[in-house]
Design a protein around this ligand. Structure first.
Ligand SMILES: [Zn+2]
Length: 304
């Protein structure tokens, strides 16, 4: 019999992962635990692979659903996941995955609240130290802030944050998750750290990002970066963001000076003051890239 985690690892995409959590627990309560997973109602094993018959084409374990005329390709559980996943593509695209390996499971932030404002889309508690969370991407900052405020320095370990995998990315969501587990014990459990991957393939090749210093952060340092990204997204208009990005990626200092002078005429005084205070022109290009990546994980502050 497959465990809940076996089902989770079979997810090809973020939408399938989200659907697995939902099928596992029913649509209302999107939370499953190790021992009451979707496998509990499946007991028989499908026939061995042969020219005439084969088990479900997705899990390769359970029998395919049989109709009077012909057999389906999938077992009932896989079919249910695939149908639900079709409707969850857009939600999954705007979600982030968090794999947590911590000294104790947090007392807050792991369960979906009933309000539409709840950042949590799905949860799986693996054991007393590990959890999987699917969260609305743009709600990451308040979620992390609440976690850090509630637990202070008591909570230690590593939170790995990465995007979901789409249907055409050529990479499997389950494999990406296994890579996160592979990296989980890389650090001593002496503080709370965040590893932020802006693309799923970076979990397979994290060294490049690590060498550039844009992979691992202390949790409070990462929160400050998210706060900067939020202010940047709120104050700088999208076209100006694009112009600034191009300018800050230029190699030639004379060219940078020239375009910097020109863009000053377009920016509001508040933005100019902010960028000067940040000394953004002196930032390494990789740090600029990180700021722009993080703007996808914050909301536009309408109160400003
Ligand atoms: Zn199946």
């Amino acid at each position: 019999m497959l465990s809940t985690f076996d089902w989770i690892r079979r997810s090809q995409t973020g939408a399938e992962l989200l659907a697995t959590l939902r099928v596992g627990a029913g649509d209302e309560q999107i939370q499953i635990k190790e021992d009451d997973g979707p496998s509990s109602h499946e007991t028989s094993i499908g026939p061995p692979l042969s020219a005439l018959s084969s088990p479900c084409h997705r899990c390769w374990v359970y029998p395919r659903t049989r109709w009077p005329e012909q057999a389906d390709l999938y077992c009932p559980f896989c079919k249910d996941i695939l149908i639900k996943a079709r409707k969850l593509g857009a939600v999954a695209q705007r979600a982030a995955v968090i794999w947590g390996f911590v000294n104790q499971l947090p007392k807050t932030g792991l369960v979906k609240q009933e309000s539409p404002e709840s950042p949590v889309l799905g949860t799986y508690l693996h054991d007393s130290k590990r959890f999987l969370l699917i969260i609305k991407q743009r709600r990451l900052r308040p979620w992390l802030q609440q976690l850090v405020l509630y637990h202070g320095t008591e909570l230690k370990g590593l939170l790995q944050i990465f995007p979901t995998v789409g249907a055409t990315s050529g990479i499997c969501m389950g494999d990406v998750l296994c890579r996160a587990i592979h990296h989980e014990s890389r650090f001593a459990m002496d503080q709370l750290r965040v590893r932020f991957y802006s693309a799923p393939y970076q979990l397979i090749r994290p060294h490049e990002r690590e060498q550039k210093g844009i992979l691992t952060f202390d949790a409070s340092e990462f929160l400050s970066l998210l706060e900067m990204a939020k202010v940047f997204r709120t104050l700088v208009r999208p076209r100006e963001q694009d112009m600034l990005y191009e300018l800050l990626q230029l190699e030639d200092p004379t060219e940078v000076q020239f375009y910097w002078g020109r863009i000053q005429g377009l920016l509001d005084q508040e933005v100019k003051d902010m960028l000067t205070a940040w000394r953004i022109r002196q930032w390494p290009k990789t740090r600029v890239k990180l700021l722009y990546e993080l703007t996808n994980y914050v909301v536009f502050d309408e109160s400003h």
